[in-house]
Design a protein. Structure first.
Length: 259
């Protein structure tokens, strides 16, 4: 079957619509979308961790954060929380915020239609069941938003948020010094910092670089008169997204996929 010029143009337009939101991964684009990047109150720095919970490393972060007197937002993967629900409860019981990072660490741009909608709903429901509180935030793996995940997040009452600075702590050569150096240019009021509390999807043992950097990062913020805490205290509202029951969302997704 041949596709005419109009058909090619239509397919190209649909593809652009699907992948267009992923441009926010680029630093230059994120600067044009400060709310999505996580720019918050001038006197506050949001501390966030991705990819857990992991019993090999996450408890060490919880202990260090307790010692430092800090709270943070943990963007968890559904598959990890499903394996370690007790650790997810412990994160919440320590006063931290538990948010959604997806079910698996997959790129939404490469997923078949409907899959990410179902998995986001599944992850959000699990976070609510484990912690007793519905999640408020969503950060896609790789920072790759798609049109589908944006719509799904809205229906689930999740506010997408990326980051303003990251520690590049997932590489095999990362160290506490390199993490501090990577974050230093963006360590200012309103920043949302991205770190990882596990090596689940990264170089083995790289989580030690983020853990070792934490005391210096927190000390630098406090020396500058900045508070360090979770996204809920960051001064960016998630109220513009109407909350919907995730079961209804999964039902609608199933109906869509069956057509």
């Amino acid at each position: 079957m041949r596709i005419g010029t109009r058909g090619v143009a239509t397919l190209a337009g649909l593809a652009l619509l699907h992948v267009g939101p992923a441009a926010t991964w680029l630093p230059a684009v994120r600067r044009l979308t400060p709310r999505l990047a996580g720019v918050g109150a001038d006197g506050h720095v949001a501390l966030t961790f991705d990819d857990g919970p992991d019993p090999r490393s996450t408890p060490r972060f919880l202990d260090e954060l307790e010692r430092l007197g800090c709270r943070a937002t943990f963007f968890v993967l559904g598959e990890m929380l499903d394996r370690h629900p007790g650790l997810g409860r412990r994160i919440a019981e320590h006063g931290h915020e538990v948010a959604v990072h997806g079910w698996r660490h997959d790129n939404a741009l490469l997923a078949r239609p409907g899959r990410m909608t179902i998995e986001l709903a599944r992850a959000a429901e699990l976070v609510a069941a484990v912690t007793g509180r519905p999640p408020a935030w969503y950060r896609p793996p790789y920072g790759a938003l798609s049109a589908e995940t944006l719509v799904a997040a809205r229906l689930l009452g999740l506010r997408p948020v990326l980051w303003t600075a990251w520690g590049r702590d997932w590489t095999p050569t990362a160290s506490p010094d390199s993490v501090v150096a990577a974050l230093a240019p963006g360590l200012r009021g309103g920043a949302t910092l991205l770190l990882h509390d596990t090596d689940h999807t990264a170089a083995p043992g790289c989580w030690r670089s983020a853990l070792g950097a934490l005391p210096r990062l927190v000390a630098a913020c406090r020396a500058a008169g900045l508070r360090v805490g979770p996204l809920r205290d960051h001064g960016i509202s998630h109220g513009e997204f109407p909350s919907q029951h995730s079961g209804n969302l999964k039902q609608r997704a199933g109906q869509t996929n069956s057509r």
